[in-house]
Design a binder for this molecule. Structure first.
Ligand code: GLC
Length: 656
């Protein structure tokens, strides 16, 4: 059971208590039999076990450890895991077992693990997943506010507690590795991954890196059944790309800014892109790092280098200067972005990626091709055996630290706690603390429960898919994705007491005289480049790229604008709540009509937490993690810019 006390006592205590709470006794290793191979002797130091196992491995087994496949590629025949010596399997966004239940997840991962242990040396696999706001892939998981909302809390202890819950729900249902947190510093809100960032300053991102502690615990706690290996991503400068330089993604067409190019001087790159990785490595001991799809082209340079092929920064700076001792996992087919010149072959990219310092390769379906290419590269001397041994040693070290050789199968002790009331209470508190009150004319908030009518409208008042955003059940998330939890409207109804609650999404129903109006507006879900402003017009559909989708514009939809106009024209008090992954442009007309304006971000499954603040059972304490622009045309706009003139400044937030 993971709980936190109320805020006043928690700030200092929670981080300590939670991180020290050995929810399971550490198994005391029994003395090994005389003929037990050293690597199987849990009493031996990890470096000894790694060295012993490495010495027993063939090249094929070593190359296999550096290879990660997507579950869909092996699910029909898990024996491929052993036959191809695979070191890891992942679930991409939306790649889920059927049925999608906690138990089915644990059964699936254990089925793969059983296949892995049939290999000659019985090396367990690592199973990775995007637990980026809780284990969003899994139906029934507690789904937390996305990072931009956690950044608004300015509460490191709460973030640690939230990620501890996320780690527990992940580990107890199979996966031992989370591709989180993104420690990106989002500088242009037109970027579709802005919501995955804790904020626009390195200082705020670094403050929230207690997320790593929540996921991993302290050194030595990775074995616990409520911790997972974390991943600092995407190294480096994923949030620093220039609008208009986005990648030409071969399946969907241009992303305007995602996966683009950092066009800055080295000092700016160090300050905004590299800085967060120093505490992530040295203070929080993050176990893995994922390179960015983006390129860097420092001012004055004629060449641009993709981060997946950036040896200076991966091997030179991250591993060399900063002493990172975990392993580097590529992004999803990430080496495809290494483009030193026209005609670069896949085989050349493999060599460039390995020699840049990537240790494990996320090759969802072409893993066999990868293994063949890397084997050939070693045999032809393009990749040294020393590099291979370094990569494999890093990977094996984490597998030993996770206790996978002693406990390869899922410890389901805490599986019953997935999505339970205690977990949801922590998520609800995160929602409460993430709310940012931007305007409160006539003390419209908190809403007073004095009877009367509360008239609720807006596209996001009663849509748990929209309030959860991307990486929820599916990669892109979806307005029709339903998960256990509460919508904002349900929260309002719970708080309303004797007041009558009327709901009309488009505000077509008449607004009773004297009513209090609450209009919940905002965005529909998206992930990655699909969320870029003016991004691809086609939905991501593996079979058909011609499924039209609403293009993001950082504006209120016309339906939401009309709803605001109607409600605010008739209600005694008019409150607008924005549910979005980033600031949205609020036109002066709408702004003037509102009495109160709240940034709710993407609260996740516990929408009632938004209502807690609206009705005053929790107080507004959140502050803006990113600058709120007057218009989209102001982007990029960040605190410290010359002539800084936003609608609401970074760090702004009213209290109640
Ligand atoms: C995606 C994302 C990365 C994620 C990975 C696995 O493309 O860039 O953040 O962890 O693939 O889903």
């Amino acid at each position: 059971m993971i709980t936190i006390t109320i805020r006043s006592a928690a700030r200092a205590a929670v981080a300590g208590v939670l991180l020290a709470s050995p929810l399971v006794a550490v198994a005391v290793a029994a003395p090994a039999q005389a003929d037990t191979p050293a690597y199987e002797d849990a009493a031996r130091p990890v470096p000894q076990r790694v060295a012993d196992l490495l010495g027993r491995m063939t090249l094929a087994e070593k190359v296999g450890q550096m290879t990660q496949a997507e579950r869909a590629s092996i699910d029909s025949d898990p024996s491929i895991i052993a036959s191809d010596n695979l070191g890891s399997v992942l679930s991409g966004g939306g790649s889920v077992p059927t049925p999608n239940t906690p138990t089915a997840w644990a059964d699936m991962v254990d089925r793969y693990q059983r296949a892995a242990l049939a290999s000659r040396l019985h090396i367990p696999i690592l199973y990775g997943i995007d637990t980026v706001h809780g284990d969003g892939n899994m139906y029934g998981a507690t789904v937390f506010p996305h990072n931009i909302g956690l950044g608004a809390t300015r509460d490191p202890a709460l973030v640690a507690a939230a990620e501890h819950v996320a780690a527990s729900e992940t580990r107890s249902t199979g996966p031992q590795w989370a591709f989180a947190p993104c420690i990106c510093v989002a500088r242009d809100d037109r970027w579709g991954r802005t919501y995955e960032s804790f904020g626009e300053t390195p200082a705020l991102v670094e403050q929230m890196e207690t997320a790593i502690d929540g996921l991993q615990g302290r050194p030595g706690q990775l074995k616990d059944n409520d911790r997972v290996l974390a991943t600092a991503k995407h190294f480096a400068g994923d949030g620093l790309t220039t609008y208009g330089t986005g990648s030409n993604d071969q399946t969907t067409g241009n992303y305007p800014i995602d996966q683009g190019v950092d066009q800055v001087d080295r000092a700016t790159f160090d300050r905004l892109a590299l800085a967060p990785y120093v505490p992530a490595v040295q203070q929080h001991h993050v176990g893995s790092v994922m390179p960015s799809y983006s390129d860097v082209q420092f001012t004055g340079d004629t060449t641009r280098t993709n981060m997946h092929g950036n040896r200076d920064l991966i091997t030179g700076w991250l591993k060399g200067k900063e002493g990172f001792d975990g392993f580097v996992i590529s992004d999803y087919n990430g080496i495809d972005h290494i483009q030193p010149g026209a005609g670069t072959t896949f085989e050349q990219r493999v060599v460039l990626g390995v020699n840049a310092g990537i240790d494990m390769f996320m090759q969802p379906s072409n893993f066999a091709d990868f293994e063949a290419a890397l084997t050939d590269a070693v045999n032809t001397g393009q990749v040294s055996m020393a590099r291979i041994d370094d990569a494999v040693s890093r990977i094996l070290t984490k597998k030993f630290e996770l206790g996978l050789f002693e406990h390869p199968y899922t410890d389901r002790t805490q599986l019953p706690e997935v999505g339970d009331a205690a977990h949801r209470a922590i998520a609800r508190r995160a929602v409460q603390e993430s709310q940012v009150l931007l305007r409160n004319r006539k003390h419209a908030l908190p809403i007073r429960r004095n009877g009367g009518t509360i008239y609720v409208a807006g596209s996001n008042a009663d849509n748990i898919g929209n309030q959860s955003g991307g990486w929820t059940l599916t990669w892109q998330g979806g307005s029709t994705n339903v998960i256990p939890g509460t919508t904002i409207l349900q929260g309002i109804r719970q708080h309303a007491g004797h007041a009558r609650v009327t709901y009309s999404a488009t505000a077509s129903a008449p607004v009773p005289h004297g009513a209090t109006g609450v209009v919940v507006v905002g965005e529909t879900p998206y992930s990655e480049g699909f969320g870029d402003v003016n991004g691809p017009q086609w939905a991501y559909d593996p079979g058909d790229h011609n499924v039209p989708r609403p293009v993001k514009d950082m504006q209120l939809s016309s339906a939401d604008k009309s709803a605001v106009d109607r409600v605010c024209a008739a209600a005694a008090k008019c409150i607008v709540v924005v549910v979005s992954g980033r600031p949205l442009q609020i036109d002066p007309k709408q702004l003037k009509e509102t009495d109160a304006l709240v940034a709710a971000w993407l609260p996740g499954s516990e929408g009632e937490g938004v209502a807690d603040d609206l009705f005053g059972t929790a107080h507004y304490t959140g502050t803006l993690p990113v600058t709120w622009p007057r218009t989209v045309a102001q982007e990029p706009i960040n605190v410290g810019d010359p002539n800084y003139d936003p609608l609401y400044a970074y760090g702004f937030g009213l209290r109640t």
